[in-house]
Design a protein around this ligand. Structure first.
Ligand code: PLP
Ligand code: 3DJ
Length: 422
């Protein structure tokens, strides 16, 4: 336990803003906030959907556009090292998720990478035909699994998260789960689930969308097979940043992904008419990677340079615990429920509250500069990016939420009218 969480758990007295400021003073990650361009009047609790912008990004983009593209033109594929960017950025992400640099590559979207992995896994477990998933997962994961089932003749079986272990039977080819649930923020025990899946001969695909950059993750320590994740959430790569895909080294020669594009070819610039998969992780590539998105993500990842992921986890847990305790302390009369586990080891880096009027409350909060989001039917979702949030931010966010509730401002028509939400 670090000094931040220690000081919180040892306090029996009500928590005050001064207490939060003392936690900030002891926070070894506090200076990282300066690496992000956040508006002064905003408390940003939506980095689990779109991460804040690292200040390193604009200058990198300007260089890529005005020099490498405008002046270097096609020469930049070699001269500016554009070509190896998917591997290079993958190597950086590998260090955050417990993988080797040659096991991660960046390309395409999370949905597309999930498709590639699901088909690959089914091919590696010929004779079994079940894709096991979970109810309540982020929709794209379920949609892609159903689509793959329809395409391949496999069966997509989705069970409640609590029933996953029992549903691991010998007909399961592949288990696909999101490590930290997008709505509840609850995390699976990656090691235990992977071990059980392997005992029945199944492969596992972990979706790390709400894990990568939010908390440490030890893919190789858990003997994970495959993983995917988003570049634009806690990795702060910007809207539509490319996704990453992990394939454990032991599967590199057997994995055969279905979208056999030229960048996944062993010799793309020989332009042969027959597809031969590239050795290693490179075979997960399809076509030309979104280079501008890769450059933004690469620059964004420098915000993690030198960060001890255990320290990041300690701060993340201190922030989420502080938020939960302040909900108890300040908001007990306002009808909120807690959808996220109180037990630290069971949660990721978000806290979700429930309230029947959650939509309007979130809109009123956003209007006051506290940006969280709403997920139907009743979830108010708050993401805590430990690189750029302070303990005082948590206090101020709760004070604003209390003000929204006590004033009843959320009842006004402007907040009740439903719009498309992000
Ligand atoms: C668990 C999870 N998987 C996947 C995605 C998104 O996938 P894509 O990058 O294809 O939009 C999200 C969020 O959008 C998510 O929360
Ligand atoms: N990817 C998103 C987008 O393109 C637009 C709006 C929101 C998103 C998100 O990432 C949503 C997010 N995955 C969630 O957990 O709800």
């Amino acid at each position: 336990m670090n000094i931040v969480s220690q000081s919180l758990s040892s306090s029996a007295a009500p928590i005050s803003r001064a207490h939060c400021l003392a936690m900030d003073a002891a926070d070894t990650l506090a200076s990282r906030r300066d690496l992000f361009a956040l508006p002064q009047d905003v408390i940003y609790l939506d980095g689990n959907s779109l991460g804040a912008m690292p200040k390193a990004v604009p200058s990198r983009m300007t260089q890529a556009i005005e020099q490498e593209w405008a002046v270097g033109l096609i020469r930049s594929w070699n001269d500016a090292d554009w070509y190896p960017a998917p591997q290079r950025v993958g190597g950086r992400i590998a260090s955050l998720i417990g993988a080797k640099p040659n096991e991660v590559i960046v390309a395409d979207s999370t949905s597309v990478n999930l498709f590639k992995l699901l088909v690959s896994a089914l091919r590696m477990r010929a004779g079994r035909n079940v894709i096991l998933g979970e109810n309540g997962n982020f929709p794209t994961d379920a949609y892609v699994a159903s689509g793959v089932a329809e395409l391949t003749g496999a069966q997509h079986r989705a069970v409640a998260p609590a029933d996953v272990m029992a549903a691991l039977t010998e007909d399961v080819a592949v288990l696909t789960l999101t490590h930290v649930n997008y709505k509840s923020g609850q995390a699976y025990d990656m090691a235990a689930v992977t071990r059980r899946a392997h005992e029945v001969g199944a492969l596992v695909i972990w979706d790390l969308a709400h894990t990568a950059g939010a908390m440490p993750c030890d893919l190789n320590g858990c003997e994970a097979d495959f993983a995917v994740g988003c570049g634009y959430k806690y990795l702060n790569g910007g809207p539509g940043a490319p996704s990453f895909v992990f394939v454990a080294e032991r599967h590199h020669e057997s994995v055969r992904q279905p979208i056999t594009g030229w960048h996944g070819h062993a010799k793309p610039f020989e332009f042969t008419q027959t597809y031969v998969p590239a050795p290693g992780i490179d075979r997960m590539l399809v076509g030309t990677a979104p280079q501008m998105g890769l450059f933004a993500l690469e620059a964004a990842l420098t915000a993690f340079d030198g960060v001890d992921m255990q320290a990041l986890r300690a701060k993340s847990l201190a922030l989420t615990e502080l938020f939960i305790r302040l909900v108890d302390q300040e908001l007990s009369e306002h009808g909120f429920g807690l959808a996220t586990p109180r037990e630290a080891g069971l949660r990721g880096s978000q806290v979700s509250l429930t309230h029947a009027e959650g939509y309007a409350i979130v809109q009123a909060l956003i209007a006051r500069g506290v940006i969280g989001d709403f997920r139907a039917p009743d979830i108010l979702r708050f993401g805590f990016a430990a690189l750029y949030l302070s303990h005082a931010d948590v206090w101020d966010a709760i004070a604003t939420l209390k003000d929204v509730m006590v004033s009843g401002i959320w009842r006004s028509a402007e907040f009740m009218a439903r719009k498309a939400v992000t």
